[in-house]
Structures are given as C-alpha cells and as structure tokens.
Ligand binder design. Sequence first.
Ligand code: PGA
Ligand code: ZN
Length: 422
Amino acid sequence: MAETMIEDVYARKIYDSRGGPTIEVEVVTVDGFGRASAPAGASTGVHEVVAFPKGGVDEAIKLVNEVVAEKLVGMDSTDQVAVDDLLHEIDGTENFSRLGGAAALATSIAVAKAAASSLGLPLFQYVGGTFAAEIPFPLGNVIGGGKHAGERAPNIQEFLVIPVGARSYGEALELCFRVHREVGRIIGKFDKSFAGGRGDEGAWAANISDEEAFQALSEACHNVSNELGRKVVLGVDFAASSMWIPEERAYLLRREGRRRAREEQINYVIEVAERYDLRYIEDPLQEEDFEGFSLLTKSIGHRALICGDDIFTTNVARIRQGLEIKAANAIIIKPNQVGTLTDAYKALRIARTGGLMPVMSHRSGETEDAFISHLAVGLRCPVIKTGVLGGERIVKHNELIRIEEMLENVKCMAELPPQLTR
Ligand code: PGA
Ligand code: ZN
C-alpha cells in the first residue's frame, strides 16, 4: 500500500471561466499525482455549502497549505472516506464555512485522482470498477438567460437539448453542435441585432423572449433530428429560485417587468411542457417549494423528468425530504454543492435508491478540470450536464471521448428513462 501514501499537498490560486479566482490542489503520493480545482455557480442554492471562508480564496489556500496538508501527509490516498471525514473535522462546521467548500472539493478530488494514478487506473475506473462502462448522454445548454446572460435575454436560465438517439458520445456531440449552430441561425430571425454573443455556459445570449427561445430550439431540434435521423429532445432549466421574490411570493419575469404567482408558474410549466414536448425540466419552482415540485411530478412526471437542483443541493437531508413526497424524478449532482466526493456519492446513492435519475453537472463558472466526466461514468449517471460549447465545457466532452475509447469492447450508451426515450 505504500505507493498510495500521501507525501505532499499543495494549493494555489487559479481562475475559472468567468475570470473568478478559485483554488487548485495538488496531491503527491509515493507513486502518483492528482490535481483538481473547484468550479463556481452563479445561481447557487441557499442550501449549498459555503464556497470560501470569510477571508476568501487566499484564506482557503493558506488553510490547505498550512493545516490540511500537514494532516493529510502520511495518510493512504485510497482511504477516500477517511480523507473526507478529516476535511469535515478540520472545518468543524455544518456547511464548510471555515475551510470553504471549494478547498474541500479540490482536495477531495485531488486525493482521488492521486490514488487512481498511484494504482495506474483512470479516475472513472478507480471510482467505479471494471464494469463502469456506460457512456452518459450530454445535456447541453443552447440558449442562455436568467443569471447566465444579459438583461434582455430570456427569463428562463437554460434552454437545453439531449441527443437521445445518439449511438456514441462522439455522435451525441455532433448532434448538440448541429443544434447549437442551427439555433444561432434561427435566432437571427427573431433578434435583428443578434451578433452571435454567448453567455456564461457557451449558450447563445440574445434579445429574445422565452417563447421565441422555445420556438427556435424546437425548430432546430426538429430540423437536426430529421436531417441526421437521430432524435434530439428538448429540456429547460428554469433556475426558478433566481426568479423568486420571497416578499412578494411571486416569480419575476425580468424581461417583461411582470410577476407570476406560484399557481400561474405551475400552470405555465405544464403548458410549455406539453406545447414544446419538453422531456427534462429542472428547477421549475423555487428551492423551498417541495409541494409544488410534487404536484408537477404527479401531473407531468410520466412524460418529463422533473429535476431538482437548488431544491436538493446534492444534500442527503434535502433529498430525503423530497423523496418522502415524491418531489421529483431526477436530480442534479454537483459535487461542489456539498464539498467532498464521499458526500456527493452518498447523495447520489440515496437519490438513486429513491428512484431519482442522477445528472452529473458542471457549474456556470468552470475550470479546465474534467473530473465530472470521470464521475459520470464511474458513478453511473445516465446524463452529464456540461454545456455544449466553450473550452471549459469542451474539455469535459473530449475527456468522455477518451474514456469511450478506453472502454472500447465493454462500453454501451447508458440506459435512459422512458421520459427521454418515448
Ligand atoms: P450555476 O447554475 O452553476 O450558475 O449555479 C447552473 C444550474 O443552475 O444548473
Ligand atoms: Zn440548475
């Protein structure tokens, strides 16, 4: 076991895709090396762990270099649970507010990578074993709005596609790129001043309404599906907590300067789900409305995945609460919402046992780290949400192409739930 022993830990400041500072951690073992960094959200859920301590990224780096490093050296990097327990112990709070979730996650993933490297395994195989060989389908953002784009962009944060008819990851990507290009062309018809601008996740940022965005996406998916003979279906992330005004108990439609009451929002979600045949609907309501989620799941859950992101925040207690009233049938797994690989795994296990389809997800502020590609395969998530374009998204896609190649003889595309394949 000596070759997996941790010999050195080092943290530094690097930058994410928005130019925001973040932390990168390197872990050296006798025989291996791992490097990982933490992404950052813009529409963060209130129940996520705290990303950085009071002193910001610099304090987080100091804590890793001066406190965490000393305790990790000498530990076995393959003992992921003990490492993650230690991070909690050093932090000593419920929400990583002293160490910061970003430092915890970068350390936790760097340790896993160092362990895998010491054993001569790719991360997905170290995490998932020999038969972790299912290739996830990409879920990608084609039109951006809400907190990911400017004032004139749609209210809805993300208009998404899933190429469910793809027979390989490479083919899935081709379909996503084609739809993205096609949407860019169609947007020009709605927004005469459109100059090809893109938002935080590489999705088009245009002066169009939600309605126009739905139309453009629908037309593009239809065209590309027909042309290539492979089905691409529509999805959406309302990120409704970002639209919610608690004092008024209403959703703000920023673009129109109008409000929508809870019941109106529920009816609107049902209506667009039917009109545009949406197969995937993320955060249609604000993060505390478990009952509303449950209502929607009961009413349209047979035809669409109702996916919880901010409502669950990859948190075991929140997931249990949701499972009790069947609040959703899918869940976003964002490791940085909870701070360690072990915590993300526990959340995923409980979610899956409760019948939620897990979606491994990026954040809007990403780094070049592609660990979510490995976790999607290793932890058997049928879908990975990581945008369509942008260098920091493409690295995740390219890593999956490599993983697919490594798996050559055993691989198959993941099995998708009936809401996506019907
Ligand atoms: P965020 O949003 O990474 O900006 O929080 C992504 C999402 O809501 O899925
Ligand atoms: Zn979301």
